[in-house]
Design a protein around this ligand. Structure first.
Ligand code: CO
Length: 166
C-alpha cells in the first residue's frame, strides 16, 4: 500500500462542511499531535483535519516557531486585503496569488476546550484564513478567477498523468 495520508483535490471530503468539536479529551489531543507531526513531515505551514480524512473543525498552523491550534475557529473580524502566493498540501505543486484579508480576529478553542481570540496579520492572517476555509469546505482555488481555476485543474491532471508514467 502506497496511499498518501494527505487527501488531494478533488477528494470530496475537502468539500464537506466539518463537524464541530464537542469533546475535548485525550483522543482529541492525540489527533492534534498527529496533525502537527504530519504538517512538519509534509513541510506544510498549516493543516486542516479534512486534509487527513477527519471532517472536524480542527486546524494547526506553524509560523515563526509557534504552533497555533485552532479548534472550532470562527473569523470574527477581517480587515484590509493582501495578495500573495499560496500553496496547499491538497494541491501539490500549485502556487497561486490569492487575495486574503491583511488582518483577522479569530475566536477558537484550544485542545483543552478553552476559548481564546487571536489577532493575526500579514502571513499569519493568510494562513489562518486558508485553514479556516478548509473547515468550511472552501479551497484556495475558490478564490481564483474561473479561468485560473481551470488552468490549475488542468495542471493537476497533467501532474497526475506524469506521476503515473514515471
Ligand atoms: Co490547504
Amino acid at each position: 500500500m502506497n496511499e498518501s495520508i494527505i487527501r488531494y483535490y478533488p477528494d470530496p471530503i475537502l468539500r464537506k462542511e466539518t463537524e464541530k468539536v464537542e469533546v475535548f479529551d485525550e483522543k482529541l489531543a492525540d489527533l492534534v499531535a498527529r496533525m502537527r507531526d504530519l504538517m512538519f513531515q509534509y513541510d506544510g505551514v498549516g493543516l486542516a483535519a479534512p486534509q487527513i480524512g477527519e471532517s472536524r473543525k480542527i486546524a494547526v498552523v506553524y509560523y515563526e516557531e509557534k504552533l497555533h491550534v485552532l479548534i472550532n475557529p470562527v473569523v470574527k473580524e477581517s480587515h484590509g486585503r493582501q495578495i500573495g502566493e499560496e500553496g496547499c498540501l491538497s494541491f501539490p505543486g500549485i502556487y497561486e496569488d490569492i487575495e486574503r484579508p491583511s488582518k483577522v480576529l479569530v475566536q477558537a478553542q484550544n485542545e483543552k476546550g478553552e476559548s481564546f481570540t487571536a489577532e493575526a496579520s500579514d502571513f499569519l492572517a493568510r494562513a489562518f484564513s486558508h485553514e479556516i476555509d478548509h473547515l468550511n469546505g472552501k479551497l484556495m482555488i475558490d478564490h481564483l478567477s474561473p479561468m485560473k481555476r481551470e488552468m490549475v485543474k488542468r495542471k493537476l491532471k497533467k501532474n497526475k498523468k506524469d506521476d503515473r508514467s514515471r
